[in-house]
Design a protein around this ligand. Sequence first.
Ligand code: VG1
Ligand code: CO
Length: 542
Amino acid sequence: MTTQTRIATQPIPGQKPGTSGLRKKTRVFMQPGYLENFVQSIWDGIGGIVGKTLVVGGDGRFFNEAAIQTILKMAAASGAARVIVGQNGFLSTPAASNLIRVRGADGGVILSASHNPGGPDEDFGIKYNMSNGGPAPEGVTDAIFAATETIAHYDIQEGPDADLSVIGERPFGAMTVEVVDPVAEYATLMEKLFDFNAIRALLTSGYQLRFDAMHAITGPYAVEILERRLGAAPGSVVNAVPSPDFGGGHPDPNPVWAKDLMDAMYAPGGPDFGAASDGDGDRNMIVGKGCYVTPSDSLAVLAANAQLAPGYASGLKGVARSMPTSCAVDRVAEARGMPCYATPTGWKFFGNLLDAGMATLCGEESAGTGSDHVREKDGLWAVLLWLNILAVKKQSVAAVMADHWAEFGRTYYSRHDYEAIETGVANDLMAALRGSLGSLAGKPAGDLVVESAEDFSYTDPVDGSVASKQGVQIRFEGGARVVLRLSGTGTEGATLRVYLERFDPSDFGQDPQVALTPVIKAVEALAGIAARTGRSGPDVIT
Ligand code: VG1
Ligand code: CO
């Protein structure tokens, strides 16, 4: 027996979605009414869900299934026709995006705080995706936020939980809950895009692969695709079982948090190819034997070689990168005569370009790459595209990188993160920098001279919407660049991100931190990070 109940509530401050949905400490989400208020505000912000079909799933972190049960009860009480859920509540973010598309759903709710740690004392998150499978654009997240500020009640079904452990469809009140294999549709899509025979031939030729799922959602996907379908040796996928707290680690695929993988790849006799993905499976890290590939370089290499994979054989319509991502891909686009777009940080800004057929490949410096096959970044997709390219070229990762730099030059790149700075200090730093922008051109900064300085603003070429104050971008004479912005995904204090780059046409063997020293000094002279934050250096360098 189920009954629908209307519960009175009142607005909870601070339910404003950031770069990628609403992220808070898990215990905040577990407070009575907190999740319910936000979910009702999603329904209200998108104009209701009567008769609609939604996809729901998450990365399996602590509170995932409990949150999904609440969402199902609220969807049923608000008149949804059907909710498609991954078995046990699991769906990677790209798989959820794909399911929305292939099933023609009206939208979806994804539960994840992505690369942030999970557990009762760590982070949780929720976001809404549209019928194109992509994250809600700002107009929609603004409407959802507005609804959180006026909410007076939410509707919920009383009664037992839905059984998410058994595949199949069952009534749930007046709604249908359909539990699906989270991997099947996604694996089918990958088989369409890539030359599985060529990759299988590579992986069964004695080639050593190591994929670190970081105890997160891509484990089951990677085992099915890399080991079962492509023949990688059993055990090639490590940390493959999703755990509610990601084994106590940060499921963030970069050299700092995926250090075990880095150590293995740089050890004598280490694997030929290494990769990792994040909490919700949309990020990727690529590392060859003794050769880490920065995400910005990875995007450039994929853009230059994507046509080697069947799904992209007819070439790319264009490429897009987030503004702080290095300009390495711009050089590929220029050489190949493709348009290249620079968007604000966050995958939601790529959606219109992908929908309009203006860009085929997109990427961010934060280890996100993807294409028009879904409307999210896609970790395993990037790994498979790399493997397809390597299988065709029959080269090592290091050789591919050397060839790429020889053709296009090398863009040295690094991101310096200052985490959990006091919010006031971070805001003051950015305000002071913004205040100085008008007078910076022509000024010396360390050993460099400022060429131009701006607060990045983006006008969407498809719908004309404007996103302003998206980060301070300073260019120096000679082509170096720095970008400073505050993170929109953190849950504690503020995180300052400093993105550094310098192009070198001929000297490819330098340590990036050394190559970037003049830029690091220049930004210190302009922003006074050490003096303002009291930090002697960044917390995380990627
Ligand atoms: C970070 C990254 C950004 C990415 C976002 C979501 O945002 O910088 O590139 O799109 O996380 O990625 P921010 O605002 O903290 O810099 V994920 O994998 O968390 O969905
Ligand atoms: Co993610």
